[in-house]
Design a protein around this ligand. Structure first.
Ligand code: SF4
Length: 416
């Protein structure tokens, strides 16, 4: 049985991994315990960023690797612990029966060879499904450079599997995580995606139904947001990832000139999440949002920054503009644009109508006309000033969600 001390160490060590979202899985309960459905397991995030509806735990924090940014690195003087597959299974079942959790997020430090570590992770999920008859959600972190057969075998028993990229370039990996290499991380991701595709084409049943995710640390190395977003975009297109998570670098108890002394701005992480959203759902390309050698603007959200750079394209007439352009208007989201498209089939829309549709006119009014009427500002400087005020008000509200003393840890979720 896993004692409280080891449980504390292993769950504390797991909290630095932010990529534990669980939505997108759909499997019926076949007579055992638990289930996973399309809506995903509902999480709550505590103020320090931990996900409280999944048991988020490492099998071991006793790492043989020495990634400089990581609290579990070999040279860090911390308490170590390792759990056996059965101990984790019993814990999951015990917590599930008490209604503490709805699923498991299992990762591990590399406490032996990659294959031996992966083997233990595989044993855990295999036993959970086949011996303990657990049907709840499982997100498993794979171990880079483990054999493909082992990874594929483990993937059969989980809803989501992911490998953390950690750093956005091979050069940075060499510098800060010399035992890791880009190929060892990207290769299994690509292979899993291929396997998923083949199985779905051949109707061979579901394979990692909730897909794959990854995590990137932001600001530990010199890569710009442009480079990070280009990598993100390639991962969505080529590897079919569900999500990329960003985590602002938080200094651990270790000083080296290779790493920043201070924590990286949470706003930078937040802007990356916003840009990521625009890539996935709003049809933006990375080039439109950010040049390769630049970071995203901090003062405006990326959509607003794009609109300000492209004022010549505005104002758009809401009664006739295509939806693809309407969603690029600051203050009009996807839902708003679809509501406009439906409503204008029956009537000429007015600003009053837009207000009823909950379009954020404080932002949108500078970029749209309604039946030819315009209520925005015309001068760029004035628009900037007003939008900046709104942005500052929004940021003030968002940050107040967190206790000031705990704001550093809020970066762990990236979900403001
Ligand atoms: S492999 Fe690197 S990032 Fe992972 S636990 Fe070990 S030291 Fe940390």
């Amino acid at each position: 049985m896993l004692d409280e001390k080891r449980l504390q160490i292993l769950t504390e060590s797991a909290k630095y991994d932010v990529s534990c979202s669980s939505s997108g899985s759909n499997r019926k309960n076949l007579g055992g315990l638990g289930n996973a459905n399309l809506g995903g397991i509902c999480h709550s995030f505590t103020s320090d960023g931990r996900c409280i509806s999944l048991l988020k735990i490492l099998m071991s924090n006793d790492c043989l690797y020495d990634c400089l940014y990581c609290v579990n690195r070999r040279t860090n003087d911390i308490e170590r612990a390792t759990a056996t597959p059965d101990e984790i299974c019993e814990l999951v079942m015990g917590f599930y029966k008490r209604n503490y959790i709805e699923g498991l997020f299992l990762s591990s430090a590399v406490f032996s060879t990659p294959n031996q570590t992966m083997q233990k992770l595989f044993e855990t999920v295999y036993k959970l499904r086949t011996v303990y008859n657990f049907h709840g959600y499982i997100h498993l972190k794979g171990i880079p450079n483990a054999d493909k057969e082992l990874i594929d075998e483990a993937a059969k028993y989980v809803d989501r599997m992911s490998f953390n990229i950690e750093l956005p370039s091979e050069k940075s990996l060499k510098l800060l995580a010399p035992q890791k290499d880009k190929n060892g991380i990207i290769k299994p991701m690509t292979a899993l995606q291929k396997e998923k595709f083949i199985r779905s084409e051949n109707k061979k049943g579901k394979f990692i139904p909730a897909g794959q995710t990854t995590q990137m640390i932001v600001g530990a190395t010199s890569e710009t947001d442009g480079i990070i977003l280009n990598l993100t975009s390639a991962l969505y297109k080529n590897v079919g990832l569900k999500r990329v998570y960003y985590s602002s670098y938080v200094p651990t108890n270790f000083e080296t000139s290779l790493l920043p002394y201070n924590q990286v701005s949470l706003l930078r992480e937040h802007r990356l999440y916003q840009a990521d959203w625009l890539l996935r759902f709003y049809g933006f390309t990375v080039d439109e949002l950010c040049k390769k050698e630049e970071n995203l603007a901090e003062e405006f959200d990326p959509k607003c920054a794009w609109a300000l750079k492209n004022l010549g394209l505005f104002p758009l007439e809401v009664n006739s503009a295509p939806v693809e352009l309407l969603i690029r208007v600051p203050g009009i989201g996807l839902k708003g644009a679809y509501k406009i498209r439906e409503a204008r089939k029956f009537t000429k829309l007015t600003f009053e109508d837009l207000k009823k549709m909950r379009i954020v006119l404080k932002r949108a009014r500078h970029f749209i006309t309604c039946s030819g009427k315009f209520f925005g500002e015309e001068k760029e400087g004035r628009i900037r000033k007003l939008l900046l005020q709104l942005e500052q008000n929004d940021n003030a509200t968002q940050l107040s969600l967190f206790d000031k003393n705990e704001v550093i840890l809020s970066t762990i979720t990236g979900e403001f």
